[in-house]
Write a protein that binds this ligand. Structure first.
Ligand SMILES: *Cc1c(COP(=O)(O)O)cnc(C)c1O
Length: 400
């Protein structure tokens, strides 16, 4: 089956005698057992639920993994993957990484005595040099959120495997429709399913897909032990949303491409980051390992004040922290999704305060461009010339 087909065609109720087209929701916490000493297929929803299992089977199929585990959020999925790392081991994470992942690694995992190092995985020579003490787990995003920096998954997997480590790729930004890291050698794929997989901004969910059963077993064990598995109704909503992912993603990325080009050609915009732009760093690697550029882009204006006015003057873009939904959104990552990264470190990682992130929805592209055009005009006429006024950080700060 071609990708578009496999996202929509799957058996939604393999054993149901009524043969429904949509999967049933098993909204139950417990299951009656055959007797006091025998176990049925399911006993308790924390440990397993047919609706969640259907979702997990579909996700494993789409990511080409042995097994998938669905969690209550992307962060819960990342925590489950990190549970593979025991004391005495180390974790390496890409230096441009989602703010919540950074917070989990630095505030929860590292204080537990597991050393965490951040490395620029776009530079593999540097990685090879530093890989002397091999880490147990290397966690990267590619493209990264929000800077869209590219890491060569196949080459990094080879380096990490040489040192007997595991490579986990956070694939939230593209989805398996556009990139399948397990096929490139990664051991685990992680998703914030809250983003593109759901697509409708109405579910918080996360996924870990393991290439081999050997790695899936301890993660499934953790899912039950820690009790962070996804609830049946959320699993059902996700199954529903995923059926339209292929057409949503096609439209979102063609809209993103149009917006990137429009911004690239506007003299008021200093830099645009999008893998679909000719001079985007790592573009050739990206084209080799992914089938598309995705629906997220970002840009710098050179002025925090200008960026803030621009964001607030848009009418068709929701100011929200998330991305991947059918409705376009816009944000200032340094004050919103990535506020949990300390400002000195944000600066070192080139996450400037004037950076604007856009998630293209499925609206008509001309409406989105008209809206950006009018917002640029307002930002330009209202921003005092030469006045670099600091943004009011408290107005936006989120998640500490
Ligand atoms: C949002 C996000 C997460 C966290 O997922 P939640 O569902 O919000 O817990 C992890 N990684 C990336 C790349 C994200 O964008």
């Amino acid at each position: 089956m071609r990708p578009d087909t496999e996202w929509v065609r799957f058996d939604s109720a393999p054993q149901d005698r009524f043969r429904p087209t949509a999967p049933p929701i098993y909204q139950t916490s417990t299951f009656r057992q055959p007797s006091a000493v025998e176990h049925g297929e399911f006993d308790y929803t924390r440990s397993g639920n047919p609706t969640r299992r259907l979702l997990e089977q579909q996700l494993a199929r789409l990511e080409r993994g042995a097994r998938a585990m669905a969690f209550s959020s992307g962060m819960a999925a990342i925590a489950a993957a990190l549970s593979l790392v025991k004391s005495g081991d180390e974790i390496w994470a890409g230096s441009d990484i989602y703010g919540g992942t950074y917070r989990l690694l630095t505030q929860i995992v590292s204080p537990q005595g597991i050393p965490v190092h951040f490395v620029d995985t776009t530079d593999l020579d540097e990685v090879a040099r530093r890989l002397e003490k091999p880490p147990r787990l290397v966690l990267v995003e590619t493209p990264t959120n929000p800077r869209l920096r590219i890491t060569d998954i196949e080459a990094l997997a080879a380096l990490v495997h040489d040192r007997r480590g595991l490579l986990a790729v956070d694939n939230s930004l593209l989805s398996p429709y556009l990139q399948q890291p397990l096929e490139l050698g990664a051991d685990l794929v992680i998703h914030s399913a809250t983003k593109f997989l759901c697509g409708h901004s109405d579910v918080t969910a996360g996924v870990v897909v393991a290439r081999q059963e050997r790695l899936a077993d301890p993660i499934a064990y953790y899912q039950n032990a820690a009790g962070t598995g996804l609830a049946p109704f959320e699993a059902w909503l996700l199954l529903r949303g995923m059926k339209t992912l292929a057409i949503r993603m096609d439209r979102q990325q063609s809209n993103a491409q149009r917006l990137a080009r429009f911004l690239f050609e506007d003299s008021r915009i200093r830099r645009v980051y999008y893998p679909g732009i000719a001079d985007h760093p790592g573009r050739s690697i990206h084209r080799r390992q992914a089938r598309g550029n995705g629906g997220v882009l970002c840009f710098e204006t050179g002025s925090v004040d200008f960026s803030r006015r621009l964001v607030e003057a848009t009418r068709l873009f929701d100011i929200t922290v998330s991305f991947g939904g059918v409705a376009s959104s816009i944000s200032l990552p340094a004050f919103m999704s990535h506020a949990s990264i300390p400002s000195e470190i944000r600066e070192r990682r080139q996450l400037p305060e004037d950076l604007v992130r856009v998630s293209a929805g499925i609206e008509h592209p001309d409406d989105l461009i008209d809206d950006l055009r009018q917002a640029l005009h307002i930002a330009e006429t209202e921003t005092p010339t030469g006045g670099e006024r600091p943004c009011r950080q408290h107005a936006y700060s989120h998640g500490k």
